[in-house]
Design a protein around this ligand. Structure first.
Ligand code: URA
Length: 475
């Protein structure tokens, strides 16, 4: 049996060098007794790094081992040495998620990552006096479960680069002075951290606590009790939880009360809706280019206004421009536009004779990597944009409006009935104007099953054919 005495609790390089030497010397995992210096004086110091070539291990093992070494489990060195030995003959060991060693290592890795994450969230710095002209100084006390101080210190160095700080823990400390980051495994004594700004912090915390959003289970999972001792705000939590139902009831009651007196005065000062432009549709389009009625204009490339003859008998309303429409500035020119064009042709309708527009004039999306993923507009956005749609209707005076999808129906009617309840009939929109509701073309693009897509496309064509028939009957 070889007893290896490591000088550090969580020094990956020290363990790696020892493991390499043992491995190259052909020492089997069960022949090694891993110890930390303070565990006893017997045994050899970790051997010097080998000169021979290193054993081969995948980078994913190194990443795993760097985390596992920080765990407090005394068996971690042995586990990692057994794994590195096995990797020499089982290179795909890490892909076996059921393997006992892999399971054990992943469990330790997860605990270390979680502890490090909690440290980044729960360290609370207190300011300490600094000499005149020097950088401000802060100190914090934290009690990690594992040896994570050195691993987590670079996070604090990046985040709090503009101050000098020290984080003390029973498992070592880290400090930043100027640009120098230092870490040590020496247990630190708990400092006196009374701080006059604590009262301010507690007032702030009490005020940002929203009782209507309280989810006690989720909160306890995110902020486990073992961390409370060093969180000043934790003292408030029981009282805030207990008082939450009463505060929610009071908030609900307040909503029902009449608006305060100044509300009417503010409303009177609210900007008046712009007058209908005298230059007709072209003027309206020009105005809409600068629309800031809702925040969607911030991320869209441009306003995508309706297009078509200004005396069109048929108006078609979609939801909102998509990615292609946003870039080209024209409605229905992307994939949904293709489906729409095909359906118009199949129904014998001429797109160029219709006025084609959208309920919402700016593209709403979420960035995922480089892709802009469509997001449905919410009720507020539809409501803000309704002003433009109403002006388009007032100027064009179409006889028939085809609403494609629920957003279009909502924008045109102010209601949100089920499409299925509206389809197959012609509805009165306002005096002298009718509405036919149908699905949105992108609904057809989303149907995964070809048979269903065929059926639904045929129904879409029928709805547009009904619009054609209604128009020719109306003359
Ligand atoms: N979807 C819509 O609703 N409108 C467009 O212009 C394009 C896609």
């Amino acid at each position: 049996m070889r007893t290896i005495r490591l000088r550090h609790a969580a020094d990956f390089a020290e363990w790696r060098d020892a493991a390499r030497t043992l491995l190259l010397g052909g020492v089997a995992p069960h022949e090694v007794d891993w110890r930390q210096s303070e565990e006893g004086l017997f045994g050899e110091e970790a051997p010097p790094p080998p000169v021979a070539p290193s054993p081969r291990v995948p980078p994913s093992f190194l990443e795993l081992a760097r985390a596992v070494i920080c765990h407090g489990d005394p068996a971690r060195h042995e586990l990692l040495y057994r794994m590195i030995a096995r990797l020499q003959v089982e290179p795909h060991l890490l892909s076996d998620a059921m393997d006992r060693d892999v399971v054990a290592a992943r469990r330790l890795e997860k605990a270390v990552r979680r502890d490090a994450h909690k440290m980044t969230a729960f360290v609370r710095f207190r300011e300490t006096p600094a000499p005149e002209g020097a950088r401000r100084r802060f100190v914090a006390w934290f009690e990690p479960e594992h040896h994570i101080v050195a691993r987590t210190a670079p996070f604090f160095a990046r985040r709090f680069a503009d101050m000098d700080w020290m984080i003390l823990t029973p498992r070592g400390s880290a400090s930043l002075t100027g640009e120098t980051l230092r870490t040590s495994e020496e247990p630190a004594p708990k400092p006196d951290l009374s701080d006059p700004t604590d009262a301010l912090w507690l007032t702030y915390y009490r005020n940002i606590f929203n009782p209507a959003r309280l989810k006690v289970k989720a909160m306890m999972a995110e902020m486990p009790k073992k961390y409370w001792a060093n969180l000043p705000e934790a003292a408030l939590i029981p009282e805030l939880i207990a008082g939450a139902p009463a505060r929610v009831a009071a908030m609900a009651e307040q909503i029902l009360r009449e608006a305060p007196a100044f509300h009417a005065r503010l409303q009177a000062r609210a900007p008046v809706e712009p007058e209908l432009p005298s230059q007709g549709l072209a003027g309206l389009r020009e105005q809409a280019r600068n629309c800031t009625r809702c925040p969607l204009h911030c991320q869209a490339t441009q306003t995508v206004f309706g297009e078509g003859p200004d005396q069109a008998k048929l108006m078609i309303v979609g939801e909102q421009p998509g990615d292609q429409e946003d870039l080209q500035g024209r409605p229905f020119v992307g994939p949904a536009g293709q489906v729409f064009d095909d359906a118009m042709r199949a129904a014998g309708l001429d797109r160029s004779a219709a006025y084609v527009t959208n309920a919402v004039k700016h593209f709403k999306y979420e960035l995922r990597g480089k892709r802009r993923i469509h997001q449905s507009p919410d009720a507020g956005e539809v409501e803000h944009c309704r002003w433009w749609l109403n002006q388009e209707i007032q100027l064009i005076q179409p006889r028939l409006v085809v609403a494609m999808g629920r957003t279009a129906v909502a924008a045109l009617t102010g209601q949100t009935p089920k499409l299925a309840d509206l389809r197959g009939r012609v509805h009165a929109l306002d005096p002298g104007r009718a509405m036919i509701a149908t699905v949105h073309p992108s609904y057809l693009l989303r149907l995964p099953d070809a048979a269903a897509r065929g059926r639904e496309t045929a129904r879409f064509h029928e709805d547009l054919a009904a619009a054609r028939d209604w128009l020719s009957a109306a003359g």
